[in-house]
Design a protein around this ligand. Structure first.
Ligand SMILES: Nc1ncnc2c1ncn2[C@@H]1O[C@H](COP(=O)(O)OP(=O)(O)OP(=O)(O)O)[C@@H](O)[C@H]1O
Ligand SMILES: [Mg+2]
Length: 333
């Protein structure tokens, strides 16, 4: 639950990131804002290419050289990460914020055993001696639900199934006892049952360790179980933001509606047909005026293709950027 008494740990303020190549500028992230409290779980949801990874990589300053932060601040305990020096950044990456990347095989080195890789991570991020590190490794693997950790630690990543590899990745991320864990589509490559197990695991870990989590996914169904609040991204912007229940039961942006209709719902009838959103996300190297979703939106009005909708505050925690929402709000006043 959003708890106003809890300390704010991360504040994203008007972050914009663009990539520059021969054909011009790709506006990957266009002015996003959000706040994360201690121990809170934030879901970032949106179709492929909506800017989920680029904005989150920005938190660890992992934007590639071809990318540029055009505007904004990313405050961690009030300090702008974008202005941190090398030493502060190292401290942040190693001990405060950890990330699980989209593809575990790109983050685990196939040439080394899990023990070697976990040990290296612990050496880098802690002052533990060899004996304590070994104990910590076993503890971490047990924590993420890997049976017979003493035996499995000697194995190579390819000897683990997809779900187990993801658990190893999570163990690695936890090795520095982070205050914030960023999980970038940690379940995309997994089947539905394993996906649910990983989400359950993260939920348990959050309760046990009290860390905040940013959970990135394109599947709104996946986050329903774990998130306190959710931001919905489209074409580099946040189009709707709310507490989990507001997004599931009081959503008002047609894009959020479309996302929910395209994934199986927990309470839905099996015979209910899934409806994918028609059309494709816009080309971010040629951003047009108006609402970026307008060409795919069944309720688009004339103004939608002409003018970008401002953010409309429905209540303290629920916001949406949509002309239809603004129209309805005006009719009700
Ligand atoms: N290194 C890069 N160079 C140029 N463009 C990039 C680069 N990385 C990302 N982009 C572009 O930035 C936009 C946002 O990409 P991002 O990876 O954040 O999407 P995403 O929401 O994480 O999608 P997915 O669900 O597929 O992971 C996309 O249009 C993408 O093509
Ligand atoms: Mg991504």
């Amino acid at each position: 639950m959003e708890d106003k008494n809890q300390e704010v740990i991360l504040e994203m303020k008007d972050l914009s990131i663009s990539f520059f190549n021969k054909s011009g500028e790709i506006q990957a992230v266009r002015g996003i804002n959000y706040t994360l409290h201690k121990g809170e779980v934030l879901g970032i949801v949106g179709e492929s290419g909506s800017g989920k990874s680029v904005s989150s990589h920005g938190i660890l300053r992992l934007t590639p050289d071809t990318g540029k932060v055009k505007t904004g601040e990313i405050l961690f305990h009030g300090k702008d990460i974008l202005k941190m020096n090398k030493k502060e950044l190292q401290e942040l990456r190693g001990n405060k914020i950890a990330m699980i990347f989209q593809d575990p095989m790109t983050s685990l080195d196939p040439l080394f055993t899990v023990e070697y890789q976990l040990n290296e991570s612990l050496k880098k991020h802690t002052n533990l001696d060899a004996v304590a590190r070994k104990a910590r490794m076993i503890e971490l693997l047990t924590l993420v639900g890997i049976n017979q950790p003493e035996r499995r630690i000697k194995q190579y990543p390819y000897e683990f199934s997809g779900g187990m590899r993801q658990r190893v990745m999570i163990a690695m991320a936890l090795s520095c006892d982070p205050e914030l864990l960023i999980a970038d589509e940690p379940t995309t490559a997994l089947d539905v049952t394993i996906q649910a197990q990983i989400v359950e695991l993260l939920k348990e870990l959050k309760d046990k360790l009290g860390m905040a989590i940013i959970f990135i996914t394109h599947d709104l169904g996946v986050v329903s179980e774990i998130c306190d609040k959710i931001i919905v991204m489209y074409a580099g912007k946040v189009v709707e933001e709310g507490m989990s229940r507001q997004i599931f039961y009081e959503r008002c942006h047609p894009y959020t509606e479309g996302l929910l209709a395209s994934v199986p719902k927990l309470d839905s009838d099996v015979s209910e047909k899934l409806k994918p959103i028609k059309g494709n996300p816009p080309d971010m190297s040629a951003v047009k005026p108006g609402c970026a979703f307008a060409p795919r939106c069944s309720c688009a009005m004339k103004i939608c293709v002409r003018e970008e909708p401002p953010e409309c505050e429905l209540d303290e925690t629920h916001k949406a950027s949509c002309w239809q929402v603004i129209k309805k709000a005006m009719q009700n006043t």
